[in-house]
Design a protein around this ligand. Structure first.
Ligand code: DC
Length: 230
């Protein structure tokens, strides 16, 4: 069967990654988390003093951008995708609230996006991938055969993020998280470069009231329809 590219875009914390990962596993495709790449760049800034107060030192980051290489590897045991920043496993650090606070600023920089999009297109060269993010169906792979735009209410998304952080033992405050979710929605939708928006040919999926199983059944059905036509 011909392999395709599956682009999954949508708001933060609406379960895109979990869904994209599970879909990739079910259909034997590789999974790529493009948000993890922007998070890794934000972490790089934190680790290398490329921040002034709460602001990114854009000039310094621009001079270093070609030195930032992000790769993914599957965990031997869990088979989950692990993010590497210049060869170092950063999967845990990039999920912290500090990184979440900084990442929208980083993702709004045109030169950062150009560098990441280039790395993302290389990952999709042989097709057979599921990639999730904000601009995958609009900018990274405008010709992707299957595009899904996912959404859910801000409250549902904040609760999911809260559960995720507390489950891994982090301190979390629901109201802080809700504020962060709303703030990121605003920045993501209003930034000049590749703002978050549904591609015209993407299917809309509001998963506020869907179970994971219902969602997966729907995705597999759509995938089967599309690949049967290819
Ligand atoms: O999906 P996430 O929360 O891990 O994404 C982190 C940030 O990166 C979020 O603020 C949006 C941004 N992002 C982006 O601008 N483009 C992408 N393709 C993926 C994420």
């Amino acid at each position: 069967m011909k392999k395709i590219i599956i682009a999954i875009d949508g708001f933060s914390s609406c379960g895109k990654s979990t869904m994209a990962k599970a879909l990739a596993r079910n259909i034997g495709y590789l999974y790529f988390d493009s948000g993890a790449m922007y998070r890794a760049v934000a972490l790089y800034c934190m680790q290398n003093g490329i921040i002034e107060g709460e602001k990114i030192d854009t000039y310094a980051l621009r001079s270093k951008i070609e030195d930032i290489h992000i790769t993914f590897e599957a965990d031997q045991e869990t088979k989950n995708s692990i993010t590497f920043l210049n060869g170092v496993n950063v999967e845990h650090e990039i999920r912290s609230l500090e990184v979440s606070r900084l990442v929208s600023q980083v993702a709004a920089l045109d030169f950062v996006r150009e560098a990441m999009v280039e790395q993302q297109r290389r990952m999709g060269k042989s097709k057979g991938i599921v990639m999730d993010g904000r601009d995958i169906g609009t900018t990274v792979f405008p010709d992707a055969e299957m595009k899904v735009f996912v959404t859910a209410s801000a409250e549902v998304r904040a609760k999911r993020r809260y559960d995720e952080l507390t489950a891994r033992g982090d301190n979390a405050d629901y109201n802080d998280i809700l504020e962060n979710v709303l703030q990121r929605d605003h920045i993501d939708q209003t930034r000049e470069v590749s703002p978050l928006k549904k591609a015209d040919d993407a299917m809309l999926l509001d998963n506020s009231d869907l179970t994971r199983e219902e969602q997966m059944d729907w995705l597999i059905e759509e995938f089967n329809k599309i690949t049967a036509e290819c």
